[in-house]
Write a protein that binds this ligand. Structure first.
Ligand SMILES: [Zn+2]
Length: 111
């Protein structure tokens, strides 16, 4: 997997509050910055006393990760690739497909 590249991004995740705050996060994988605009009161509530999932219950995991660590979701996958098990499942599926295409079968269990 190639290292992801991102450009600087500006996002507004504030809701209807009139007092807003913009913070900057740096992704350590691709070195791109993201400017995130948030409701100021919620931001301070998170900073001081509450968990991100309580303050912004509707956010996606990607949004939480961006706020907490500044890391893009694909940069995160680059650091921690999906495990081998998934890879193996895909390979087995490919083998089964190939066998089927040639009218062959894996020996059935218990025969
Ligand atoms: Zn990144």
């Amino acid at each position: 997997m190639l290292k992801p590249e991102h450009k600087r991004e500006v996002v507004d995740w504030s809701e209807d509050s009139t007092k807003k705050i913009t913070i900057q996060k740096l992704c350590y994988v691709c070195q791109a910055e993201t400017d995130i605009t948030l409701d100021e009161a919620k931001y301070y509530r998170w900073q001081n006393i509450d968990h991100v999932q309580n303050v912004w219950p509707n956010w996606t995991g990607d949004q939480r990760e961006m706020l907490i660590s500044g890391t893009h979701s694909d940069c995160w996958k680059y650091l921690f690739p999906p495990d081998l098990e998934e890879d193996m499942e895909e390979r087995v599926a490919n083998i089964e497909e190939t066998l089927e295409a040639h009218n062959l079968r894996l020996p059935e269990e218990g025969v």
